[in-house]
Design a protein around this ligand. Structure first.
Ligand code: SF4
Ligand code: SF4
Length: 714
């Protein structure tokens, strides 16, 4: 995996009276162990990939407590795992990235929340919303509403996060409903401390197993006619029980302030951002005291009507700080105030924007507009608003002075095995003309950016082949679907391949076999060469496809650009109908480099010979047309001024970060560009043979071209 937590997980053993210091996701794991969880699972995805990584690294400790860990093949299997809590007093927690993961899990979540749970069921979702997000911008809140699951959004500090996990289980059991806990990216990586408690075993677990199933009870099945009663239970029993628990346990907090005729109602996860904005205009301090009263909603669904009306009743105006759209909370607050005939004016989307992340500047601007509209007694609202706007006024001026900055989209890592496939696609399309390319989720989606700019649609993880189903029959050329091996096992095998074979589709599928779910941090998956248990899981993409009935299949090493071009052309032109699969094979370079670096360091320590390949461009031969850069897109291949005073065009050059993958040379060969590229080998702990060979080469090259070996060696 991308990051190891082997050292940090030792802190998970801390007990009563000790202080835990660390990162948000470690705190979540500690809270799970303190809560007597019996099973955990999930599917990786930022911002909670590391939570699953921590759970894997803490597996030994969890097995001491009898906690079962499942690294699920997708979010649907993780959600279905929570079925263990329907009948049994087993506390369980699963995790994934939302909104996408919740979309995949939605079916199982509906069928979990309908009968409800006996043991506490907690779903820890990484809410991937805002500027750093990599998914469709939607809110998980809608799922909480539609399925009657409760949604916690704790303040991003460790004591609040830990309390939310612990109380989340209790809330789930008190109301018999699953509970979602959303963590934004900042909460996952927030660091801090909290007073630890002893870890405890679950009521039932791998150490104290259940004797057998319960007495058969039809009402525990999400199946008619039980579902009709379950719908009633959700509304008439579970919702009031949840509200009572939230109120009694004071899960939401109020920060008192002297500007008592106004207030702010904030989603817990945005509390620190709001306090920071208030602090910047002198209305709060760095310790969290505020002059504006604040109702912090650590539980954003369900809202507790009494808490809303009690907070608002004495205020002329409140600002709802609710990121994203629709404005569920703002609407609910308006409804509760009308029902209670309270005339407090509600501001929200208006001073604050309807869409986008509520970053610091956005909040300052929104706060200024709110204060000027609400005009609280005892405050010169115009002066504060002027100060708030003054804090951000320089930014448009600075942006104008700088002019447009070049965009810096994410890109493939240097030496990525997936890049050559897109070079080959480019070359194939030069000859056969453009065709529809359905892209997918994963590192290969970087090919949608320049210099490849390839991909006509992205419909979700593992969905590329399925998304081309209606394109193929309506297009003269065969469409090409690109899918990673992570996407293949996540969803693509059934949703794409089985459906295509069943419907006798005639497209081309490229499966990028790099060995890991790389984009999420290099976790193992069914066809990896190893697993968290050590040995390979033993599932093979080629064998699986053959067993399913795929007849046309080729496995091509990704760096063999010429061969890949020829294979693509064959797939596009063959008279054979049916699905054509190209397995593009090449280990994720990032993972490979990490592996090799460690192996090389060991060899160097033992005094053994270690070689590293580097590529270069001969200045004198490079024509300066830069085709190699446009075709490979490698960040290590760049420009430098031509050393020839008679040529003004810059020449291509390879910089220090080159990992020697060979793509640039391959592309130059496949595209018949130029013979400028050369390969060199850097040898460390050279043997006597290496040294003799080096001297011999120096001599021969010197005789042929006047090479000054002595100067080069210096
Ligand atoms: S993580 Fe691996 S597969 Fe992804 S871009 Fe980097 S090298 Fe390529
Ligand atoms: S410069 Fe060439 S050999 Fe080096 S990493 Fe880039 S494509 Fe690979």
């Amino acid at each position: 995996m991308e990051r190891s937590f082997k050292k940090e997980v030792e802190a998970l053993r801390l007990g009563d009276g000790e202080t835990f210091r660390g990162e948000g996701i470690l705190a979540v794991t500690k809270a799970l162990l303190q809560s007597g969880v019996s099973y955990v699972g999930g599917y990786q995805g930022a911002p909670v990939s590391h939570l699953l990584d921590v759970l894997v690294d803490a597996e030994d400790m969890m097995s001491e407590l009898g906690v079962h860990l499942e690294t699920c093949s997708n979010e649907a299997s993780a959600a279905a795992m929570l079925g263990a809590s329907i009948n049994y007093p087993l506390r369980g927690a699963v995790t994934w990235k939302s909104i996408v993961g919740t979309n995949v899990a939605a079916d199982a979540l509906s069928y979990l929340s309908s009968p409800g749970v006996t043991g506490g069921a907690l779903i820890i979702i990484g809410e991937d919303y805002g500027e750093g997000a990599s998914v469709a911008q939607e809110r998980s809140y809608a799922y909480a509403l539609k399925s009657s699951m409760w949604l916690l959004d704790p303040r991003p500090d460790l004591p609040s996060i830990v309390r939310s996990v612990e109380k989340g289980f209790e809330l789930s059991e008190a109301s018999h409903a699953p509970v979602m806990l959303e963590l934004r990216i900042r909460a996952c990586h927030a660091t801090g401390e909290f007073a630890a408690k002893d870890n405890r075993k679950g009521e039932k677990s791998g150490l104290d197993k259940l004797a057998g199933p319960p007495r058969f009870e039809y009402g525990r099945l999400a199946h008619p006619p039980a579902t009709f009663n379950q719908e009633r239970l959700k509304i008439e029993e579970r919702l009031p029980a949840a509200r009572a628990f939230i109120r009694e346990e004071k899960l939401n907090e109020t920060i008192e302030g002297d500007l008592a005729d106004i207030g702010i109602v904030v989603m817990g996860g945005l509390t620190n951002s709001v306090l920071r904005a208030l602090e910047r205009v002198g209305l709060a301090d760095v310790f969290g005291s505020s002059r504006v009263p604040i109702l912090v909603l650590n539980v954003v669904y369900p809202l507790v009507p009494e808490e809303i009306t009690a907070f608002c009743a004495t205020k002329r105006a409140v600002l709802i700080v609710e990121e994203g759209f629709p404005d569920f909370i703002e609407q609910a607050v308006n409804v509760e105030l009308r029902r209670a005939d309270i005339q407090t004016r509600v501001y929200g989307k208006g001073p604050l924007p309807k869409a986008g992340e509520y970053a610091s500047d956005v909040l300052l601007d929104g706060l200024a507009a709110f204060l000027q509209a609400a005009r609280p007694a005892g405050l010169d609202a115009d002066t504060v608003a002027e100060k708030a706007r003054g804090l951000i006024a320089h930014k448009p001026k600075a942006a104008a002075a700088l002019g447009p900055l070049p965009p810096r989209p994410p890109a493939f890592c240097t030496g990525c095995p997936e890049r050559p496939v897109f070079s080959a696609l480019k070359l194939m399309q030069r000859e056969l003309g453009p065709t529809h390319i359905s892209a997918d989720i994963g590192c290969h989606s970087f090919a949608t950016f320049a210099p490849f700019s390839m991909g006509n649609s992205i419909l979700g993880y593992g969905m590329s082949l399925a998304s081309a189903a209606a394109v193929g029959p309506n297009m003269q050329k065969r469409p090409i679907a690109v899918m990673g091996d992570g996407g293949f096992w996540h969803n693509g095998l059934i949703t794409g391949v089985a459906s295509n074979l069943f419907n006798k589709g005639d497209g081309v599928l490229i499966v990028m076999q790099n060995g890991y779910t790389s984009a999420t941090g290099q976790q193992y998956m069914p066809s990896s060469k190893a697993s968290r248990m050590g040995a390979a899981p033993g599932m093979d993409i080629e064998q699986t496809l053959r067993a399913m009935g795929v007849k046309w299949m080729r496995t091509v090493r990704t760096y063999s650009v010429s061969k890949m071009v020829a294979t693509l052309k064959e797939a596009m032109k063959t008279a054979e109908r049916g699905l054509k699969v190209i397995i593009a094979d090449g280990e994720c370079m990032l993972a490979r480099q990490r592996r090799i670096r460690a192996e090389d360091a060991e060899k160097l320590k033992r005094g053994e010979r270690v070689t590293r390949a580097r590529y270069g461009v001969d200045d004198e031969i490079c024509t300066g047309d830069h085709s190699c850069i446009r075709l490979s897109g490698c960040p290590s291949l760049t420009l430098k001024p031509s050393p020839d005073p008679l040529r003004t065009d810059p020449v291509a050059t390879v910089v220090e970060s080159c990992v020697g993958c060979g793509l640039c040379g391959e592309v130059a060969h496949a595209a018949v560009l130029c013979p400028s590229f050369y390969r060199a080998e850097i040898v460390r702990n050279a043997t006597w043979r290496d040294r003799v060979l080096f001297r011999l080469r120096q001599r021969v090259i010197g005789w042929l071209g006047g090479y000054n070996g002595a100067k080069a060696a210096a």
